[in-house]
Design a protein around this ligand. Sequence first.
Ligand code: DC
Length: 267
Amino acid sequence: MGHPQALQIAIDGPAGAGKSTVARKLADHLGYLYIDTGAMYRASTWLALKNDIPLTDGDAIAALASKSNIQLKPADESSDGKIRVFVDGQEITREIRTQRMSELTAGIAALGQVRAVLVEKQRELAREGFCVIDGRDIGTVVMPDAGLKVFLTASPEERARRRQKELAAQGETPDFEALLKAINERDYLDCNRAVSPLMRAVDAVELITDNMTIDDVVLELEKLAKEAFQPAPAPAQPRAHERESASALTDFQDLPEFQELPEAQEV
Ligand code: DC
């Protein structure tokens, strides 16, 4: 048996660092499941709005999120490269991506009761095994044992520029300073909330992507994944049929040429 956690890649970082785009591409290349946890927080905001629940009522939103079927499905042409999101069968892919939803979701994500429910759902999805999962607390809270943890970031200015380009491609002409302000505000909320604030896990690899294209980042992550999950070398121990005769030598381990051998690893 291999190490199950070695099949999971956790990607955290601030809003607009390109996490979901690169995480999705990486998952595609590796043939892994992609889990967009931000989409689950957005879906919970959508649920609260739809059911007229005050956005500060953590217990009610958590109860509703708990009994709702939040489904993530692969992106297609209809979803602009974003994964498709369904709640109890209803598609909400587009509704949850507006600027207003981003702002409201930062508040919902600060509610401990909602986080507890969604973290459980995320772990359940991740139990499937091979996955790339992105968010803010994946390496620190959701999957502290992930085999590879990455903290993906870029300066606020670069993230605002990327957002401006993205919106321009949709025919909008947003003000750069307003975008930068919104990014700084979301960073502040994500980093300063009491429950599971955005932070880099101590054992995460930090990647600052200011001067990198999406493809550069995906390539770098694939490299990291290969390094992290390299199959263990063939055991340098005697084979089973050799072991019997070797064990006849009681002082086998004391022989100098065997002291240097690496430990056999599970493959
Ligand atoms: O990644 P995103 O922009 O879709 O996330 C939406 C919001 O949810 C954002 O305010 C951060 C929050 N979030 C979180 O707190 N924890 C996660 N694991 C994922 C997202």
